[in-house]
Write a protein of this length. Structure first.
Length: 271
């Protein structure tokens, strides 16, 4: 026993961890822990006091900023898909805008494309329908023309309302013309010329007896009018496609509220 005690003491002396500079590895210092805990408490109290003294607007901003950052850093799959399709639409529309200005690749054909767009404008169609209605002498012709006039007026109002809600600008900074201001066709979505062309072509195909070549030409005219607005730089591709869809829906609406011959005669007599 007496020989073993000096050996254990020698081991303790030779043990490096028993030195003063390594005591913190074996057992934590209470003073440091207490000072750290007291420092944390003081900083926490100071933080709460500062938060209470700060304005409620600053608190709201501090609460909203992390959420906005998280949404930007971690967007949803729908947001990524929508932004990707939007970027593709803008890029393709800019490439197809070959007549957007005189310096474009097809700048020389700009006047011809503008003329094609006028054939799908609402003002010439309304004026032509009124002239035909005055000169018409048959009840069936007056009925068709009155419903066509109703369809044209509904098209202008619906497209103008949708454009005011969307307020989407075209791919190029092109100011609308005088006829566009008259029909309130000042924004890009949906394309008013495309909706009108689709509605008119479907209306004529359904209510007029036309030969097959004329029916094909009517459909081609509607497509050319719609995509001429992309070539001239006034609308995106999705604006024209949505215009075709809205034009078909407007035709279905006119078919649902179709005015009878008696109603048309009453309105003509009042007019």
């Amino acid at each position: 026993m007496p020989a073993s005690q000096p050996r254990s003491r020698a081991r303790d002396r030779n043990n490096v961890l028993n030195r003063a500079e390594f005591l913190s590895l074996n057992q934590p210092l209470k003073g440091n822990q207490e000072s750290r805990s007291s420092g944390r408490k003081q900083s926490g109290q100071a933080g709460t006091a500062g938060a209470q003294n700060s304005n409620p607007k600053e608190r709201r901003q501090s609460q909203q900023l992390p959420e906005e950052d998280c949404m930007q850093l971690n967007p949803s799959f729908k947001g990524i898909a929508f932004n990707s399709l939007l970027a593709i639409d803008i890029c393709m529309s800019k490439r197809l805008g070959v007549c957007a200005n005189r310096a474009s690749s097809w700048g020389g054909a700009r006047s011809m494309i503008n003329l094609l767009g006028i054939t799908g404008h609402g003002i010439p169609w309304i004026a032509g329908t009124l002239i035909c209605l005055v000169k018409s002498s048959t009840l069936a012709g007056q009925e068709v023309l009155m419903n066509l006039l109703l369809a044209l007026l509904l098209d202008i109002m619906i497209v103008a309302g949708l454009q005011k809600l969307a307020k989407r600008k075209g791919p190029y900074d092109i100011s609308p013309g005088l006829l566009d201001y008259l029909t309130m066709d000042t924004y890009a979505f949906p394309a008013g010329h495309a909706s009108r062309a689709a509605m008119l072509s479907k209306f004529f195909l359904n209510h007029l007896v036309l030969a097959i070549p004329l029916r094909i030409l009517l459909v081609l005219w509607a497509l050319c009018v719609g995509f001429s607005r992309v070539m001239i730089g006034r609308h995106h591709i999705t604006d024209v496609l949505s215009g075709f869809v809205f034009g078909y829906l407007q035709f279905r609406l006119v078919e649902l509220i179709w005015m009878s011959s008696n109603t048309c005669q009453m309105l003509i007599s009042i007019w």
